[in-house]
Write a protein that binds this ligand. Structure first.
Ligand SMILES: Cc1ncc(COP(=O)(O)O)c(C=O)c1O
Length: 386
């Protein structure tokens, strides 16, 4: 069997067809119907977030959340450079500016450096925090729980509270990741800040084809999120709109997929953990390669596994390894190009970026779909062996 092994594809083997068929049979396919409410309710229960508001995708969920968190045009938002570009674009959609931070060992925002940036490079004046170098208000911090790794937030939340910096978490990749140590023990990623966002894009741990969710414990913010994402209707019958809203609704069909997928999440998480354990023990024995470590302070969803490469030791650089694996039916991908080096963002401030450069150079994302068989895994590892 020589099937191609993509990086991360969904498994749709539960009630997906049944629930979607029901939408079609009942002709409730658009933004009304029982599944949107049910999906919101189920995500709220699963994550422990008091409210969950469905959105057309994760990017728009972040865009709206930043607005709800009080980010105004011209403000600055602290964000990691090592992440998919969507959260940076969401800052730009709000006409705000990113301030780029370095990564820690788990590819996440470096909490220590972020604290030193806030303490040394900003001042607190009249209830707000201002960047000393630009004199601009730092309105929000946008940590991203990349690869499903929980970003360490214990000290940052306190400092941001003192400095009136709102926290909006990008938990797009971390559905299923809960803290198991520290101040937030037992809490789901995305439920620490004022708002948190999840993505249900096709490559995520569960999918709605495309979709997102805004999490918050604040009833007023949840109401406003619903209002803004559904065209800001003040009087839906007479078409009165007092604010500029968005058409960011999730459809009943997508939500039906989501409800079925969420039922599968425990089984998907179990398989993801098996993949991680398999890779870890098999790769341990290969000189020059290692599996990237995950934080021991969280129960990780193991959404995507990352290989760390010592090119000198294996005699092959990342690019050559990627191409060789591709020829053998194994899709791998480098880590994202750092955002402070992307063309639209290279003129924005970045703060002491070091570790992120190293991680980008030596990492390769491994196939991590929950439908990978043990034979698939054996083949991947045998190819890694050279
Ligand atoms: C870290 C991160 N943030 C945001 C997004 C955006 O989500 P979406 O594709 O649902 O807009 C993604 C994934 O696509 C992501 O990986």
């Amino acid at each position: 069997m020589n099937a191609y092994m993509p990086l991360c594809v969904p498994t749709l083997k539960g009630n997906e067809w049944k629930y979607v068929k029901e939408c079609i049979d009942t002709e409730w396919v658009s933004s009304a119907g029982k599944y949107v409410d049910l999906f919101e309710q189920n995500i709220s229960e699963y994550t422990g977030s008091k409210y969950a508001v469905a959105c057309v995708n994760g990017t728009s969920a972040i865009q709206v959340s930043l607005r709800l968190a009080g980010v105004l045009p011209g403000d600055e938002v602290i964000v990691p450079t090592l992440t998919f570009i969507a959260p940076i674009n969401a800052i730009a959609y709000n006409n705000a500016s990113p301030v780029f931070m370095d990564a820690d060992n788990f590819y996440n925002l470096d909490a220590g450096k972020t604290i030193s940036f806030i303490n040394n490079e900003t001042v607190f004046k009249d209830g707000f925090t201002y960047n000393k170098s630009t004199n601009v208000k730092v309105a929000a911090l946008l940590p991203v729980h990349v690869w499903g790794n929980a970003c360490w937030l214990d000290e940052l939340t306190e400092l941001c509270r003192e400095r009136n910096i709102a926290i909006v978490e990008d938990a797009s990749e971390s559905l299923g990741t809960f803290y198991k140590e520290g101040k937030y023990k037992g809490k789901h990623t995305g439920t620490i800040g004022k708002l948190g966002c999840i993505s249900f894009n096709g490559n995520k741990i569960i999918t709605t084809g495309g979709g997102g969710m805004i999490l918050t414990d604040d009833e007023k913010l949840a109401e406003k999120a619903k209002y803004l994402t559904t065209q800001a209707k003040d009087d839906p019958i007479r078409y009165v709109h007092d604010e500029i809203g968005y058409n960011f609704r999730l459809t009943n069909i997508q939500a039906a997929l989501g409800v079925a997928q969420l039922e599968q999440l425990p089984a998907i998480l179990k398989r993801k953990k098996e993949l991680f354990d398999y890779y870890r023990s098999a790769i341990e024995d290969i000189d020059g390669l290692s599996l990237s470590k995950v934080p021991n302070y969280a129960d990780n969803n193991h959404w995507l596994n990352l290989l760390q490469i010592d090119s000198k030791a294996i005699g092959e650089d990342r690019e050559t390894l990627m191409q060789r694996l591709e020829k053998n039916g194994i899709q791998t991908r480098p880590v994202w190009k750092l955002n402070h080096e992307q063309k639209p963002y290279k003129n924005f401030q970045n703060y002491k970026i070091e570790k992120a450069n190293i991680l980008v150079e030596n990492s390769l994302c491994l196939p991590s779909s929950s439908n990978l068989t043990n034979e698939n895994l054996e083949k991947i590892v045998s190819q890694l062996n050279g």
